[in-house]
Each structure stands twice: as structure tokens, then as C-alpha cells.
Design a protein around this ligand. Structure first.
Ligand SMILES: [Zn+2]
Length: 129
């Protein structure tokens, strides 16, 4: 049994223990170095889930924040897309571009108490500057 420091593809380093034959350990290390670490894999998986549902970019923040923010965003986006049905195309496109620009989990968490209409008011205010 030995400990090895692995540098994953994502750049994170982790110390792991490996057992067994030397050649098998070396193969395992090589394979691991071509993978993202488990934390990054999990995060990517979560963001993937959110993206499939709403077609918006990945969120940034801690694991916990992203989890929470994706739920909030999902709820808002469903409501906003219903409101979009009554909007002219240019307004709809600008709302979608604005939604895509909100990639910080914190923004969604801070706005979670608003409803979809209130969010659109914030959108208009930001666009007008
Ligand atoms: Zn990583």
C-alpha cells in the first residue's frame, strides 16, 4: 500500500492510496490523470442537469450554492417563459440574453423571494441602465 499524489486533468491535486502490482498502480495513475477529480465531475453533472432543463449556461459558486440556485432558476425560468409567450420577439430575445448573463449562483439566491414579474422589472431597469 502506498500513497500517491495525483494531478487531475482539472488541475486539482489529491493524495490517494493504491494497492496491488506496481504496473497496475501506474496504469491507474495514468488513467486518473486524464480524468477530472470527483468534485469537478459532480459539479459538472449538476450543472448538466440544470442546463438540460432550461438551456442556460452553467452557474458559478460553491457546490451548495449551485444546487440551490439551479432550483430557483428552474422555477423562475418556467414562469418567465410563460410570460414570454405574450412578448414580441425582440423583447423575448433580450430577456433570454439577460437570463443567460446571470451565471452567479448568488444572484439567483438573492432574488429568490421575487416572482417572475418582479424579475422582469429588474431586467428592464438593468437594460435602461
Ligand atoms: Zn477538480
Amino acid at each position: 500500500m502506498s500513497k500517491y499524489e495525483i494531478t487531475y486533468k482539472c488541475g486539482h491535486k489529491k493524495t490517494i492510496e493504491l494497492f496491488g502490482k506496481m504496473s497496475e498502480r501506474e496504469n491507474k495513475i495514468k488513467w486518473l490523470e486524464q480524468q477530472d477529480c470527483n468534485d469537478c465531475k459532480r459539479l459538472a453533472g449538476k450543472n448538466q442537469k440544470g442546463k438540460d432543463l432550461v438551456g442556460l449556461p452553467d452557474l458559478t459558486g460553491s457546490d451548495k450554492q449551485i444546487d440551490f440556485a439551479l432550483q430557483i432558476r428552474l422555477k423562475f425560468v418556467k414562469d418567465i417563459r410563460e410570460l414570454e409567450l405574450n412578448m414580441p420577439d425582440n423583447a423575448k430575445n433580450s430577456v433570454e440574453a439577460w437570463l443567460s448573463s446571470k451565471t452567479e449562483s448568488n444572484w439567483w439566491i438573492n432574488n429568490r423571494c421575487n416572482n417572475a414579474k418582479e424579475l422582469l422589472v429588474i431586467n428592464y431597469a438593468e437594460i435602461r441602465g
